[in-house]
Design a protein around this ligand. Structure first.
Ligand code: NIG
Ligand code: FE
Length: 426
């Protein structure tokens, strides 16, 4: 299939885009993409590719921006129920961590998710995955973390893998048994930390290796919520060090509400990313600037909690850091499924240009989940994951918010129409 006549084709080739390089779009006017067997076979200008491949089935993208499928590198996609009542309490003045300390917050979603049947969990999670895909996310990282006991965490992980197998949204799983201290260990957080290390991580590893369908697939990430009321720096280090010994790639939730030193810990342990980064210190920013650890900002979280402080994104860029953005989609702080909205918010709250926000939501986001060899940019040999937008100028992304600008989503070369339009299929 030849997708041709795009008013602007954004390749985002190369990368990761570090510091001041962020925002390099690789823009081709009147661009075309040749898709073969689910992969990108060639990229160039329309007249050249049409002349070289005259008999190829065609998909006309005139008047459209074509860009890589958006990559959402931090979500808590799998949960049951909702927390609308807590949202109301928070808007009336209650604080997120106080609700958690009182047994609500994450723990209320843990109760609902433990109680949900695998079928109900799959159905609720699938609905979110479909909306994400329709809004242009073609690859999503998704964390467990609402089970907090070996079997329930396993149920969440298997839900994510089942959904990934269904497609079309591609799911990169993360084990977040360290999302909160399990209710059974309320008075013994160290006991729960030890349980994660001695039982949960080894059992995830053994299960993963026992599954023929997962052979050859990279291990899931292991993540920790390093925060007051969750895991302190020492416990976070214990969990991540154990995970690293077992061969898991790492991530860390750091500096969402308080600075505990989690960002520098993530850098020290070679984590793929450190995420949230609101209360990040100058020393942490300098550490990010020198490292391969991607700084993942989640602007929907302060927005969702009606807080004023956001990631110091410009300082991270000045230090030379690799910046990405994500939804953080979760029932407590940010139930948002649209990376288009994240791009719009990132422009305003993080002071990014549309081009910078797009790079942060594609190629740099792919690096944050270590999948940049397959997704995040349009380059020959990569997966044919791309979006055809209803608009001719990329700056409409960011400028506009609250409506879906995606006309069609192409995942591994298959065309999916959005907004009820019929699009010619390959
Ligand atoms: O990233 N910080 C911890 N986890 C989520 C919130 C999860 C929840 O409240 O259910 C976050 O903001
Ligand atoms: Fe999170």
């Amino acid at each position: 299939m030849l997708i041709h006549s795009a008013s602007q084709l954004l390749t985002l080739q190369g990368g990761p885009q570090r510091g001041p390089d962020l925002g390099t779009l690789g823009l081709i006017e009147n661009g075309a993409v040749l898709v073969r067997d689910g992969e990108i076979a060639a990229i160039g200008q329309t007249p050249t590719l049409l002349a070289a491949h005259p008999d190829e089935p065609r998909l006309d993208a005139s008047g459209s921006v074509v860009l890589p499928g958006l990559v959402d590198p931090h979500t808590h996609l799998v949960w049951a129920g909702d927390r609308a009542a807590e949202f109301e309490m928070k808007m009336a003045g209650a604080h997120y961590l106080d609700i958690l300390a009182a047994g609500g917050g994450i723990l209320s979603t843990v109760r609902a998710s433990r109680a949900a049947s695998p079928e109900a969990l799959l159905e609720q999670t699938r609905a979110r995955a479909r909306r994400m895909f329709a809004h242009g996310t073609t690859t999503v990282e998704a964390k467990t973390g609402y089970g907090l006991e070996t079997e329930s965490e396993q149920k969440l992980l298997q839900t994510l893998l089942a959904l990934d197998a269904e497609g079309p949204l591609e799911i990169v799983p993360t084990f977040l048994g360290a999302h909160a201290v399990a209710p059974e260990y309320r008075t013994d957080p160290q006991g729960y930390t030890d349980l994660i290390c001695s039982e949960m991580l080894p059992s995830v590893l053994a299960w993963w290796h026992s599954q023929p369908a997962l052979a050859g697939r990279p291990l899931p990430f292991v993540d920790v919520f390093c925060e007051n009321q969750a895991f302190d720096l020492k416990q976070s280090k214990q969990i991540l060090t154990k995970a690293k010994e077992l061969g898991f790639p790492l991530k860390i939730h750091a500096d969402e509400f308080d600075n505990l030193g989690g960002t520098s810990l993530g850098v020290e342990l070679g984590a793929a990313s450190a995420d949230h980064l609101v209360k990040t210190s100058a020393a942490d920013i300098a550490a990010l600037g020198r490292s391969e650890t991607v700084a993942v900002s989640l602007p929907c979280t302060p927005f969702g909690l009606a807080e004023r402080e956001y990631t110091p994104a410009r300082a991270i860029l000045e230090a030379g850091g690799i910046l990405a953005v994500a939804t953080d989609c979760n029932p407590g702080t940010a139930w948002n499924e649209s990376m288009q909205f994240v791009i719009a918010l990132a422009c305003r709250a993080l002071k990014l240009t549309p081009a910078q926000a797009i790079a942060a939501a594609t190629i740099n986001a792919a690096h944050a989940i270590r999948r940049a060899d397959r997704v995040g940019s349009l380059e020959p040999g990569k997966q044919a994951d791309l979006l055809i937008l209803d608009v001719p100028d990329y700056r409409q992304l960011g400028y506009r918010f609250g409506t879906n600008l995606v006309r069609s989503v192409v995942k591994r070369g298959r065309v999916f129409a959005v907004n009820g339009e019929t699009v010619q299929s390959a």
